[in-house]
Design a binder for this molecule. Structure first.
Ligand code: ADP
Length: 514
């Protein structure tokens, strides 16, 4: 059969500990999944920010192309307006079936203009296939901006077609200063999107240098998390990172906090379950001890009662031949009645202690006198039982403020135990001495001793040593030493024990002198 304590332990584990451990394991495995989900959401967010910057640069250039169609002044004036208003536009090159017309920034010198024109014409011829495609698009009613190969550092060349009338199509080349475009046109948009949360930078791919960033930050802080090419400026990348802690950092931090919290929660739960288990086990033990106590006390009371009964009946019947025999019977009745009364007093005192009602009355007392009185009352009886009693009184009487009844009760309890657990050697010693701080009363026997394991437990209420032949046989209630301890506590003193299975037991009562 399973022990009740073990049963409770298993139940607690099943009800409290196991579900929470399973839950923690499940949560910890989930945390990693969550981390991956958050990570991918975060990547998409960065991706969409870069997408919107890219889209914007597309919109700006398409906007310029649209303005030529929709502006109210005619295409040439609109081109001139665009060139003069936009810092980043270097030139427009209009090519139709009749002429090539260049609209360049005013400050470009004449000879450079000639070179530029030649370069643009070359680019037009070199990108013929590309341009043809753009023209096809426009004929189907869809305008697309094309990026042309143009080998001039810091410049980007775009082309788009426009319909002049239902028959003819013209092509426009747009020469843009890339860095100016990025700073002037993309810069404000990037600032707006990034706000205070992101670092967004534009990187020259070839040189791997940053040509624009919404915030200037130290090299050490740089940790670009995503890079995407700018559609219209293939030589450049957009890079993005989160300001301060990255989402990965935050997720990692959160994951760690969650795991720590779960572990702490589990530990608290385990501790709680263990405390509940311990408490229940203690209560069960106490219940067992209480029931043992009742049966022990009943046994203890039964013996003197039976003796008193038997001896008094014999006396009553007048069957005793001599006065001497009668006297002996009276003595037995008296001794047993005393034993009973001691026992009942002990129980009453214990019950007072338990209900917190025991009171002590402290007065200066002559402790040597007290011990002598005890020995006078009990000595003869003990001598008769074959005990040899040795008493070493205090040489110099210590000034002790004590409750003398209580202290006598404590000493009687100790003598009682010395008698009960004396084994073969019927000798008891009471030795008193002082040092600078304490007055000590030692009650020594040479009996069965108390094992090291039991020594700390014998002062607990109801505790009785259950191993050993004699210990099992001797009757007792298990409250004597707990009463002595209470009395000593009330005197700010101590009871200690030194004992061995071979040498017997010495209980020491120590009373503080000050
Ligand atoms: P009890 O009524 O059982 O004697 P106590 O509280 O006086 O209860 O003592 C508790 C236990 O301590 C006893 O059951 C006994 O096992 C052990 N004990 C006490 N005094 C002695 C002693 N002098 N020698 C050996 N064992 C002792």
């Amino acid at each position: 059969m399973i022990k009740p304590g073990l049963k409770i332990g298993i139940l607690l584990t099943l009800i409290l500990v196991l579900p929470s451990l399973f839950f923690s394991a499940y949560e910890i495995s989930n945390i990693n999944q969550n981390e991956a989900v958050i990570d991918s959401v975060y990547s998409s967010q960065l991706e969409s920010i870069l997408f919107s910057v890219n889209q914007y640069s597309d919109d700006v250039i398409s906007g310029w192309a649209n303005q030529l169609d929709k502006g109210k002044y005619g295409v040439e004036t609109e081109i001139k307006l665009l060139v003069s208003k936009n810092y980043s536009i270097d030139a427009f090159f209009l090519i139709d079936s009749l002429k090539h017309q260049l609209f360049a920034k005013e400050k470009i010198p004449e000879d450079s203009i000639t070179i530029l024109k030649r370069n643009l014409e070359n680019a037009f011829t070199n990108n013929a296939g590309n341009i043809e495609r753009l023209q096809e698009y426009i004929k189907s009613g869809y305008q697309k901006i094309g990026v042309l190969d143009f080998n001039r550092k810091g410049k980007s060349l775009f082309a788009f077609a426009r319909t002049v009338d239902s028959l003819s199509v013209e092509t426009l080349l747009l020469l843009v200063d890339t860095e100016k475009f990025i700073k002037e046109n993309l810069g404000p948009k990037i600032q707006g999107i990034a706000q205070d949360q992101f670092f967004i930078s534009v990187i020259d791919k070839k040189l791997n240098t940053e040509i624009y960033s919404n915030v200037v930050f130290d090299e050490g802080e740089k940790n670009i998390q995503q890079r995407r090419q700018i559609w219209l400026f293939p030589a450049y990348d957009l890079g993005i990172q989160m300001k301060g802690n990255t989402i990965e950092d935050l997720v990692r931090e959160r994951t760690n906090t969650n795991i720590i919290m779960l572990i702490v929660m589990d530990l608290i739960l385990l501790l709680g379950a263990w405390l509940v288990y311990r408490n229940i086990r203690q209560q069960m033990k106490l219940t067992q001890l209480k029931s043992d106590f009742i049966s022990n006390v009943s046994h203890e009371i039964r013996t003197p009662l039976a003796l008193i009964n038997m001896y008094s009946e014999t006396l009553e019947m007048g069957r005793l031949p001599s006065e001497e025999k009668k006297k002996e019977y009276y003595k037995v009745i008296n001794t047993e009645a005393n034993r009973l009364s001691n026992m009942v007093n002990n129980i009453l005192n214990f019950s007072k202690i338990e209900s917190g009602k025991r009171e002590y009355h402290f007065k200066e007392a002559d402790i040597n006198d007290e011990i002598e009185t005890i020995l006078e009352n009990y000595g003869q009886h003990l001598h008769k039982k074959g005990f040899e009693i040795k008493f070493e009184a205090f040489d110099e009487l210590p000034k002790l403020i004590i409750d003398k009844e209580a202290v006598s009760e404590a000493i009687i309890n100790l003598i009682d135990n010395a008698v009960k657990y004396c084994g073969e050697t019927r000798r008891i010693e009471i030795k008193c001495h002082t040092d600078l701080e304490f007055a000590y009363i030692n009650v020594i026997d040479f009996g069965i001793g108390i094992s090291k394991k039991d020594q700390p437990l014998i002062f607990d209420k109801f505790y009785r040593v259950s191993s050993g032949d004699l210990a099992n046989k001797v009757k007792g209630s298990g409250i004597g030493l707990s009463i002595v301890k209470h009395i000593m506590d009330a005197h700010n003193g101590q009871i200690t024990v030194q004992s061995s299975k071979e040498g017997g037991t010495c209980f020491t009562l120590s009373f503080p002198l000050r």
